[in-house]
Design a binder for this molecule. Structure first.
Ligand code: ADP
Length: 179
């Protein structure tokens, strides 16, 4: 018997996800309130030097969403609209943190619309507490010994410590006043 393809709406959430942060997870959760499935699609870009390989990033996302069949993960290269069409997605999901994200995202969305007018880009805003979180900043802070446990899923924090061998620093104890 032919395997039934899951029905319902599908949004593709493309990105580098190097590594995934709670900001990305927030956007996925919001996406799931509008669409039946969200597919995180890791862009394979040979020009970039990522911290985590594509395989590692796939594994991190799989682990973070283990048991949630509505979140899928995949890789792609080439044009995003071609990928979206191939997998039957009519929506591209992106997160907007601040005005600084807007210009680039706006250009990309309009270019993608030009390439394929059938595919809509949907922007979602994360919770304020994640509006300053980026993969780049998480890596920098961790490398310098700062805590990132509120900013990334536990599996990412574990993998970061394995990679850098940096001990996870505990929050500072409150300064005691004399007298
Ligand atoms: P890219 O290289 O495509 O920017 P990223 O992994 O950095 O890949 O981001 C993928 C998507 O997730 C982008 O739409 C980005 O704006 C969004 N994003 C990244 N961090 C956050 C965050 N903290 N809150 C909301 N959206 C975010």
């Amino acid at each position: 018997m032919k395997k039934k393809r899951p029905d319902g709406s599908l949004a593709v959430f493309p990105g580098s996800f190097d590594p995934i942060t709670n900001g990305h997870l927030d956007i996925v959760d919001r996406g799931l309130s509008l669409f039946d499935r969200v597919r995180m699609a890791i862009l394979v870009n040979p020009e970039k030097q990522p911290l985590f390989s594509v395989e590692e990033r796939l594994a991190l996302i799989r682990e973070a969403y283990r048991g949630n069949s509505r979140v899928e993960v995949d890789t792609f290269s080439g044009l995003l609209v071609d990928y979206a069409e191939r997998v039957g997605a009519s929506v591209i999901l992106r997160g907007i943190r601040a005005i600084s994200d807007f210009e680039y995202e706006f250009q990309m969305a309009l270019m993608n619309r030009r390439l394929d007018p059938q595919i809509e880009t949907v922007f979602m805003m994360p919770a304020e507490s994640y509006s300053y979180v980026s993969s780049r900043l998480v890596k920098e802070v961790f490398q310098l010994g700062g805590r990132v446990s509120d900013l990334v899923p536990p599996v990412v924090e574990r993998r970061l410590s394995e990679k850098y061998g940096t001990p996870i620093r505990l929050p500072r104890s409150p300064v005691r006043r004399k007298g």
